[in-house]
Design a protein around this ligand. Structure first.
Ligand SMILES: Cc1cc2nc3c(=O)[nH]c(=O)nc-3n(C[C@H](O)[C@H](O)[C@H](O)COP(=O)(O)O)c2cc1C
Length: 259
């Protein structure tokens, strides 16, 4: 299904900060070797060229890792679940010792960034059928209880947030392929983002499959399919970047899975 045509987003009103693009990469490989990094960079550069007023935050979760959880964070989370969830800006007041305070200090900037983002761009390789541990460490912190809940009982605080997930994998996991049931990367990320409160209609997934076909002899016969998957992913991201400027009317979500 083609992306529905939309008009380009209007620039921000004078004096108003532009929308925030939060770009997260999680590949262990650098930009020369990582397909997800190349694809997220393509999207971000194109979007920023189209919307020069966009504020841009890039987090490299592999080069600048988020520390794994210490015991203070789940302890603090459990207590708030018991006594009543509070918004992110109030959590600090509920810490009871230095360990909890330190854990929350490591967590709050990540939560605040996600709350502030209009569009989240995630570059995610498949590692052992799932996502890299570097991304999981970020997830375990931003998933802190209650911080995306509206204390006034309204819709979740991420209900306007859009997310573009760029998923890469060495093999093929498309619909109907033998490895489809082994895909714990994209279904997981969809479930996770929806659970955080990003509506399914604001979630766009782009997949480049068979990235190892060029290297692995037993996948050599799939090189043409791999090239097609990559070209489709690039074209899809270019279209999305042109039309998915934060604040613009949403194009039709089109979860794309190539095999
Ligand atoms: C630690 C590790 C685990 C991997 N596990 C899988 C896997 O389970 N399935 C798969 O198809 N490819 C797997 N691959 C291959 C990567 O998914 C593939 O090389 C992908 O292109 C890496 O993402 P990137 O190019 O965006 O960095 C693995 C690679 C690494 C380094």
């Amino acid at each position: 299904m083609p992306v529905a045509p939309t008009s380009p987003a209007a620039p921000s009103a004078p004096g108003r900060p532009g929308p925030l693009l939060l770009h997260l990469d999680s590949a262990a490989d650098g930009p020369d070797a990582s397909v997800s990094r190349q694809l997220t960079e393509l999207f971000a550069a194109r979007l920023r060229a189209r919307r020069p007023d966009v504020r841009y935050r890039h987090r490299d979760l592999a080069a600048d890792p988020v520390p794994p959880l210490g015991p203070g964070l789940p302890r603090l989370g459990r207590r708030l679940e018991r006594t009543g969830l509070v918004p992110a800006h109030e959590v600090g007041a509920h810490t009871r010792d230095a360990e909890e305070a330190r854990e929350w200090e490591l967590t709050r900037p990540l939560v605040d960034e996600l709350l502030a983002a209009d569009l989240v761009l995630l570059g995610v390789p498949m590692y052992h059928f799932s996502v890299p541990a570097a991304l999981k460490a970020w997830i375990d912190r931003v998933g802190f209880p209650g911080v995306f809940t509206d204390p006034a009982g309204g819709p979740g605080l991420l209900h306007r947030t859009r997310a573009v997930v760029v998923a890469t994998r060495g093999g093929g996991y498309g619909p109907g392929t033998p490895r489809e049931p082994f895909d714990f990367q994209l279904p997981y990320l969809r479930a996770l983002l929806e659970n955080l409160g990003v509506p399914a209609r604001h979630l766009y997934t782009v997949t480049a499959e068979l990235t190892l076909a060029a290297l692995v002899p037993h996948l050599a016969h799939l090189r043409g399919t791999a090239a097609h998957s990559l070209a489709t992913a690039r074209a899809r991201l270019e279209t999305l970047a042109d039309r998915l400027a934060p604040g613009a009317p949403a194009p039709t979500p089109h979860p794309e899975r190539t095999s």
